[in-house]
Design a protein around this ligand. Structure first.
Ligand SMILES: [Fe+2]
Length: 368
């Protein structure tokens, strides 16, 4: 058994400014990667630049990271980082900004590689420059994982790049959720829930690494009424939601994600469905299928969430994210691809069958 998260993680109010010394000790010059608006709006970018300026660390800001960051964006940011002679990168935002920062960190340390090579190069360990992660949503967990999901639009591929890219430092502060829309909080919280469920319902699950998702699911259960309510989430829950997301990241850092994540990528790539709901749509049916093989694990998940049955779980997910409609042709195409996706299927604790896959698609999506 092994538990491995080599990231120095701090979770607290005013985290970035409290740990200024940790941040400025990472390197001498940095490129900050963010999305277009949120890092400026929620105060996280201001906190980071304040600390860097006070520590006399020159920085540049690349604020063009889009949802589902592309190899083109990564290439552009890498070029800017190279010209600026950045020796570390900071990703501020949701999974997109942090994952893009991870990819740039890899390319900076391997100047012969291009961003379009990221999915192709061998999985043997490659060096990368240090990465700092400042999450501002409560779902990605990327601050505590070795994974970077990058999209190559030229070949319609959304996939994790095959390299271990743990941040050296993660600074997690719930206050950055204050300006987030309720939908974003719900969508990303569903992603965190999926990370923990997929980590437990996984052949790599063991007594040691289950500490994380079991602890995190209880926290998630304590937030669920607020997520389901029509009202805004009370600020007293922000830190718990962020902490849960980081714990969920630590969970998949041990096991990796499984079938629902594998199924989600087609919905995002072909229909533009945001990541959290795209995964969440498949979660209830996946739990149902796994209940055939590991009923006690499913019962444990439901109990930690304060739910009585898989039907109650399914209703909760529907209340949170609604439904997703696809054509019959799309469903057949997605299912056919999933049936040969061994990297995800082989993680299922039990012999998942082609019929199980069809069942999950049938049950999870509205087919027209
Ligand atoms: Fe995810």
């Amino acid at each position: 058994m092994r538990f491995f998260v080599p990231t120095d993680i701090y979770v607290e109010k005013n985290c970035v400014r409290n740990h200024a010394q940790n941040l400025i000790a990472v390197g001498k010059r940095t490129l900050i990667l963010t999305g277009q608006h949120s890092a400026a709006a929620n105060g996280s970018l201001n906190d980071v630049t304040y600390v860097l300026s006070a520590g006399e660390i020159p920085y540049m800001i690349f604020s063009e990271v889009e949802e589902n960051p592309s190899t083109d964006t990564v290439q552009k940011a890498t070029q800017i980082a190279k010209e600026f002679k950045a020796d570390f990168v900071i990703g501020i935002g949701g999974g997109s900004a942090i994952d893009a920062a991870k990819a740039v960190a890899l390319l900076l340390a391997n100047p012969d590689l291009e961003a379009d090579d990221l999915h192709k190069v061998p999985s043997h360990p490659l060096k990368h420059v240090p990465i700092v992660a400042v999450p501002t949503t409560c779902g990605t967990g990327s601050e505590a994982t070795p994974v970077a999901i990058i999209t190559n639009r030229k070949v319609h591929l959304k996939k994790s790049i095959p390299h271990v890219l743990f941040p050296v430092l993660a600074l997690v502060d719930g206050k950055y959720l204050e300006s987030a829309k309720k939908t974003l909080i719900v969508n990303t919280a569903v992603d965190a829930l999926s990370h923990m469920v997929e980590s437990i319902l996984n052949i790599k699950s063991n007594v040691f690494n289950r500490m994380c998702p079991e602890y995190g699911l209880k926290f998630w259960g304590e937030c669920k009424e607020a997520l389901l309510s029509d009202d805004d989430v009370d600020e007293s829950l922000y830190e718990k939601l962020m902490l849960t997301s980081t714990i969920a990241g630590m969970s998949i850092a041990q096991t990796s994600t499984s079938v629902p994540h594998g199924m989600s990528y087609d919905l995002t790539l072909h229909l533009g469905v945001p990541h959290g709901p795209a995964v969440g749509y498949f979660l209830a049916a996946y739990i149902e299928v796994c209940a055939k093989y590991v009923p006690r694990d499913v019962a444990k998940i439901l109990s930690l969430l304060g739910l009585k049955s898989t039907e109650e779980f399914s209703a909760m997910i529907r209340d949170l994210i609604g439904t997703c409609t696809v054509t019959h042709e799309m469903k057949e195409k997605f299912a056919a691809a999933m049936k040969v996706n061994r990297s995800k299927l082989d993680l299922v604790p039990g012999k998942i069958t082609p019929n199980d896959i069809d069942y999950i698609y049938e049950k999870s999506l509205v087919v027209k």
